[in-house]
Ligand binder design. Sequence first.
Ligand code: BG6
Length: 510
Amino acid sequence: MRHPFLEGLSKHRGSPPTILVIFGASGDLTARKLVPALFNLSLDNLLPAEFRLVGYGRKEIPDEAFRKSAREAIEEFSRRPLDEDVWSAIEGNLVYQAGAYDDPEAFKALAERIKSLQRKAGREMQLVFYISTPPGVFEGIVANLGACGLANHRVGGKLAAKVIVEKPFGRDLESARGLNRVIARNFKESQVYRIDHYLGKETVQNLLVARFANAIFEPIWNREFVDCVQITVAEEVGVGSRGGYYDESGALRDMIQNHTMQLLSLIAMEPPVSLDPESIRDEKVKVLKAVQPLDLDEEGDTVRARYEEGLTGGKRVPGYLQEAGIPADSSTETYAALRLHINNWRWQGVPFYLRSGKRMARRVSEIAIIFKRPPGILFSREKQFETAQNTLVIQVQPDEGMTLLANSKIPGLETRTQPVKMHFRYATTFGSNTPEAYERLILDAMVGDSTLFIRGDETEASWRLVTPLLEKWKACGSRGMAGYAAGSWGPLEAERLLWQRGHSWRRPGI
Ligand code: BG6
């Protein structure tokens, strides 16, 4: 039986006939996420009837071999098993085009290939370019798409070319600005879709609904009632085989500047005037602009650390410096924690604590809104009155859901209290077969909805905030780098950020 929600979606969110070109087609992201996402969209009948996928990469790969690797990717990584009928309907629509990323001739050949696909289909189609390569070639691809005319395809109309840009979007403010300039020379902002895959996660999309479709949260969502906000994006994995990339990046660039800041802006933004993409993105940018510059002093707003040998899942694992591909003199952080202050009427004086790290005790991403205590007049802190601060925990992943921590009387003949939890779980309420972030994001780009993508000024606003810190850490080398045991909740030094304001980190997980 078809899912009624998806039936509705397919009627209202139809994409025009589309040719999707993936640059970096033999890469990891294509196999793990993009191809399985396309297969799942197809399974739900959400791809347009006329759809072609052009894989583009430097390697020479025959169409047949590309199809075979796509099939294997679906078998290995799709959330639902390969369906032979669906596969045989889409298989023939996958083709491969080899070429360099900096070669204008190769892009002319790509343009020819696209023309010939349209001729065969007997119609013009929308062109969507997905840049999923290492960042060093982003600018070359964008410039070449402009030079060969593909960027201008049907601009202003329903079939206008679009470009999806993967992360990392720059390494700092200057490089992000540079990339934005190259993009702006070749595409209009309305054609650009900068990815942050966290925005495609169901629980992240639900932040706007939870905040603005309910009347009870908004009146208390401010400095009068909120004591502090804690955002944790913890991973259990280490750097694995991505050491080469990661050592050039670090936790601040890899997770905080993008994913964690997105969670912050959605949780702290003002209500948008409407649900259209620009109204929402305007409010997100305003919040980022209201964040005060970080205090970079040693006892200031920031902590960085690197994991050391430790235990995860009962297994002894090496420290970061012992991982493959990591130089012995590396000064890259695998954990970062920040204390942010949002200087606006709603939030002034409420600290926002952000932390993210690899090799932490467990994989969990959550946002905790911790409310102020009531006046300690009736239920003071005596032993029989165990109370906790009311906390709304939005668990982004895994075990997606929401929990409200409240205090209750323990049944019995005397008055004793205890904190209790009220849970809402996606899995129990909606079932667990939720679309993956990339399914939603690819579909949105194809139908031209940019709500869940980052606007150019938004990416610059978040780089503006973290760039001075990146520069400071670079200048300090390993000086000031704390350590934490793999499998722990991070360094002791990160507690300082909270103790200084009378808070302490929550143990994540509901
Ligand atoms: C990516 C980072 O953007 O996000 C990775 O580059 C990280 O280092 C990943 O592991 C985490 O994504 P998720 O969806 O597993 O939380």
